[in-house]
Design a protein around this ligand. Sequence first.
Ligand code: PSU
Ligand code: MN
Length: 305
Amino acid sequence: MNLQAYLDIQPEIKAAVEAGKPVVALESTILSHGMPYPQNLEFGRQVEQIIREEGAVPATMAIIDGRMKVGLTPDQLELMCKGENVAKVSRRDLPILLATGGTGATTVATTMILASLAGIKIFATGGIGGVHRGAETTMDISADLQELAHTPVAVVCAGAKMILDIGLTLEYLETMGVPVLGLDTDEFPSFYCRSSGFGVDYNAKTPAIAARIAKTKWDLGLAGGLLIGNPVPEQYAMDFNEMSAVIDKALAAAKADGIKGKATTPYLLAHIVEYTGGRSLATNIQLAYNNARAAARIAVELMKL
Ligand code: PSU
Ligand code: MN
């Protein structure tokens, strides 16, 4: 396959990958469909800066004018953050966008695909998609989970939101053979909160241990990625009971408005920000910074192995 026909990798990122230097992938759906403008622009710049401070190179992904972009220029980052006519691109959408010259933001699944094509092993995000509450009737299960089963990228996240069924999400990952690590935690975090009531497969106390487990999985030729749960720092964590009530309210609003399919997650995120008077956005931003820092440290350790 002639990837050049579809893929643009920024020279700095290409050189870093070729030289075996640490690189961290970042998604753009969190920008275009997960946070309001202009807070998302400030976030998008700062998160790249944090990765650089840890000695790694950031690679924010997007689809622009029908081309896969690994690394964005300042103008391209702004385009994603303004989010006008920017589609949400998951695995199924990717060939359509490329063939028709479309512009879209990459989900966790699509960011993993682009990272893998570019030779990037570590990816930082906020929260992943998963098995939605009520999936036994709606069948709404994010393509992010299948991607973790097939594509060799380790995803650092603050767990999964309680808009999802966290227990079923973890069951699904077990079935698909995806290791779920906690970064110095025994519990899989629930995004705004440090706990969820569900355990991880292994508590990786340090970035070096997480890196070693990832390398071992890939040395064995086991397909797919890993999920690394990194809890929101204590001082930014939100109250579990408060967030449970807010999320129930957002789910009820989504049902009343007849929201389905790919619109569901962005709808819920926007309503949670509204119901918490913006406090959840501040937490979202801080946990994603924290994940970027952890991912960069894991990438640094991985490159030493
Ligand atoms: N969860 C969040 N913030 C996000 C997303 C999920 O807390 O921005 C985004 C990610 O890009 C994720 C996508 O890959 O939503 C999942 O969407 P869906 O449930 O439609 O697969
Ligand atoms: Mn879905």
